[in-house]
Write a protein that binds this ligand. Structure first.
Ligand SMILES: NC(=O)c1ccc[n+]([C@@H]2O[C@H](COP(=O)([O-])OP(=O)(O)OC[C@H]3O[C@@H](n4cnc5c(N)ncnc54)[C@H](OP(=O)(O)O)[C@@H]3O)[C@@H](O)[C@H]2O)c1
Length: 329
């Protein structure tokens, strides 16, 4: 098969579409013929050498894909050869074939194109596990999403609205904020011009949940923007890894700070990828099937232009997800 190989680490030019050994499904795994792969910010970090795959995972970049089941490993009962699926991966998505644990597959709903389906597993798993399973977002609560126009942000807005929450977003341009509004956000904050703490406090006593991609640089302001009993959920480190936490400010609000990732979670058991995918399938997937929550795709490029796809995500131009088309299936 072909896969994207890294010639060292560095800029988008280190990626090349090259021959690679076919993966073979082991016990409990499924071989997928890949139609498309979603691009994530983590892929950019892996390419630069800052985010190595967890032990045992494929060295090939790619945390999600869509495609057709091509073969089953021993012990797989829930899937058939020929099923249209999308999958959460620990790596390996930028390739013509990939193996994934059967417990990390989701069925592609009728009517949903395989290209669009590739944009869903990583955002669905990240958003559902954090917003619902970790922070327990409730109807009527105020959610602040940093980076509302990101792949994660555009999905989070839709999920939060479907749960009945009010949504505040930050973004770096009026155009992106307008598009967040069309997805359901009602408090629009340009992080280059406005103070998000003041904007949230003008709306409410604070945000019940904050979904944060920035890490260190926003830590103290995020705590200031939290409501009593609020949850700050940090999923990204775009603004650094080391910040100062004012414990007194957090304690006065009975607040909680979470920091989580999906990729390094165990495959099975408590808090695992299998547990998250099962919850996504049960609760979020019906909303995807009926169109309440839809993939937001900025661009679809051929896999041979993976470098261009990374440049696009790095440029900050994208609103929503960038997808790589691997083959027509
Ligand atoms: N923990 C996990 O399991 C997990 C899983 C998936 C993703 N993530 C993280 O989630 C984040 C989004 O991922 P993605 O793939 O969706 O990335 P993406 O589409 O590349 O989005 C990056 C976002 O960062 C925003 N941003 C940049 N500077 C900002 C600032 N000062 N304040 C607020 N927002 C700012 C950008 O907003 P503008 O374009 O409007 O400037 C853009 O929307 C990344 O940090 C990623 O690492 C974590």
């Amino acid at each position: 098969m072909h896969a994207i190989k890294l010639n060292g680490s560095g800029g988008p030019e280190v990626m090349a579409w090259a021959d690679a050994p076919d993966p073979v499904p082991g016990h409990g795994e499924v071989l997928i013929e890949v139609a498309a792969a979603g691009v994530n910010r983590a892929d950019l970090m892996q390419r630069q050498g800052f985010y190595p795959p967890p032990p045992g995972a494929s060295e090939v970049i790619g945390l999600e894909c869509s495609g057709i089941v091509a073969a089953l490993g021993d012990g797989v009962r829930d899937w058939q050869v020929g099923d249209r699926v999308c999958a959460l991966l620990s790596g390996g998505g930028y390739a013509e074939k990939v193996v994934a644990p059967a417990t990390q597959l989701l069925p592609v709903p009728d009517g949903l194109d395989l290209g669009a389906a590739a944009a869903l597993p990583e955002v669905a798993a990240t958003v559902w596990s954090n917003l619902v399973m970790t922070a327990g977002l409730q109807s009527g609560q105020l959610l602040l999403i940093h980076g509302g126009g990101s792949g994660i942000g555009t999905h989070t807005i839709q999920v939060a609205r479907s749960l009945g929450a009010r949504v505040a977003v930050t973004a770096g341009s009026a155009e992106k904020l307008q598009r967040c509004k069309e997805l359901g956000a009602s408090v629009l904050i340009n992080y280059k011009e406005d103070d998000f703490v003041a904007a949230v406090r003008a709306e409410s006593s604070g945000a019940d949940v904050i979904f944060d991609n920035m890490g260190a640089v926003y830590l103290s302001r995020n705590v200031d923007a939290l409501a009593d009993f609020g949850h700050l959920v940090i999923i990204g480190m775009q603004g650094g890894v080391t910040g100062e936490l004012n414990v007194a400010a957090l304690l006065r609000k009975w607040g909680t700070v979470h920091a989580t990732n999906v990729r390094n979670r165990p495959a099975t058991g408590h808090g695992s990828k299998a547990e998250i995918i099962a919850e996504v399938n049960r609760h979020l997937w019906p909303l995807v099937a009926d169109g309440t929550v839809a993939p937001v795709i900025h661009a679809e490029l051929p896999i041979t232009e993976a470098g261009e796809a990374h440049r696009l995500l790095e440029s900050g131009e994208a609103f929503g997800k960038v997808v790589l088309r691997v083959q027509d299936l």
